[in-house]
Design a protein around this ligand. Structure first.
Ligand code: SAM
Length: 360
């Protein structure tokens, strides 16, 4: 998480803070922007006009966020850097956090000192002289895969409460309904001992499959919490699909929908190895993905797509549809393809690919 330290006294400063936060979040990073994220309204509701308590709580939350952040980005403008921002830089420095400064201001404090107080310039590992320079640098850095996993979890944690709301996200709901109808047709009338849903999200498969034991695995704690509220009797694993954390040959039916586009090649083949490991001899693997050709046409061949939340927050969600183009061949290497169907959602150019797979 990145903590954005900036002066927040004027409309212009607050607007700039919002726009910078949005630009950084669009790269996939989680940002704590005190003006938005300290929860001032809720604090005021709690403590009313007791400004001492209100201010204590705001400071407590901001310092807590600095403790948690991986990096602090300070907007270090002005002939002297604003006092609150300077304090935040000092606190982060004492905690050994990475500090970077954005300074578009060309005023300096003279040849000897330079643009900002040396206590600040010596605490920061980098200075940027424009927003573009800062954003480009962060973009370059956010390509490492561990950060991508973090970003995906952060994204789903943030949107968990609205993800399946058909009024807010009708296309997601349409995909889910279509997939559910198809998979219900496959498992209808069958009873299993152990069913597992990988990338289970806030739930679909485990709610209708008939099974003595049900296990949901997901990267996002908030998604799991929502799933659990609908199905408290199931077991849940917070983890990644590259390590399924259940015993060999223990699962009769393993389901996974709309997960694969979030995985890179290595993760995908590790996932398939894990599926083969945990599925028993007669087990089935039910897999659904967005149809890649159509998705690529509508979303382009980028390695992320834009998701706008109900409150207008924008996320660039890591998602590689191009890599799904050769999925069928890849699946044939790891499994027996029992059936494959391209299923229309009923809306033009929106269909899904559904597979029933067995152990080789
Ligand atoms: C598009 S949602 C689909 C959720 C659910 N399967 C459905 O059809 O509604 C993708 C889900 O996969 C989870 N996920 C993404 N990457 C994952 C990974 N590497 N391991 C486990 N779960 C992952 C996300 O947290 C999210 O809940």
């Amino acid at each position: 998480m990145i903590y954005l330290a900036t002066s927040l006294f004027t409309d212009a400063e607050r607007e700039f803070g919002f726009s910078l936060t949005e630009k950084i979040e669009r790269l996939g990073y989680e940002v704590y922007y005190p003006w938005r994220d300290a929860g001032d309204e809720e604090i005021v509701e709690r403590f009313g006009s007791n400004m001492d308590k209100v201010n204590d709580e705001i400071v407590r939350r901001n310092l807590e966020a600095i403790r948690k952040c991986e990096m602090l980005i300070a907007v270090a403008e002005g002939s002297d850097v604003e006092s609150g921002t300077s304090m935040e830089i000092g606190f982060a420095h004492a905690l050994g956090k990475k500090i970077r400064c954005l300074r578009t201001d060309f005023r300096t404090q003279g040849k000897r000192i330079g643009p900002v107080n040396i206590m600040i310039s010596r605490s920061a590992e980098k200075f940027y002289s424009s927003v573009d320079e800062l954003v480009d640098d962060l973009k370059r850095e956010c390509t490492s895969s561990s950060l991508t996993i973090e970003n995906i979890a952060h994204f789903y944690n943030t949107v968990a409460n609205e993800y399946s709301n058909p009024n807010l996200h009708p296309t997601t709901a349409l995909f889910k309904r279509t997939e559910e109808a198809y998979m219900k047709g496959i498992v209808c009338g069958k009873r299993f001992n152990v069913a597992m849903d990988v990338g289970c999200g806030d739930g679909n498969f485990l709610l209708y499959v008939e099974s003595d034991k049900k296990i949901g695995l997901d990267l996002s704690l908030e998604m799991i919490k929502r799933h659990r509220s609908k199905l408290p009797t199931a077991s849940y694993i917070l983890g990644t699909c590259v390590s399924l954390l259940v015993g060999d040959s223990t699962v009769d039916v393993l389901h996974s929908s709309f997960l694969l586009d979030h995985l890179n090649d290595t993760e995908r083949s590790l996932f398939f190895n894990e599926v083969n490991r945990v599925m028993n001899r007669r087990g089935i693997f039910l897999l659904a993905t967005y149809s890649p050709e159509e998705t690529l046409e509508s979303r382009g061949s980028e390695t992320s797509f834009e998701y706008v939340t109900s409150t207008g927050r924008k996320f660039n969600v890591p998602s590689d549809f191009k890599s799904l183009l050769n999925l069928r061949e890849q699946l044939m290497n790891s499994f027996v393809v029992d059936s494959y169907d391209r299923v229309s959602t009923g809306q033009a150019n929106l269909s899904i690919d559904c597979y029933v797979l067995k152990k080789k």
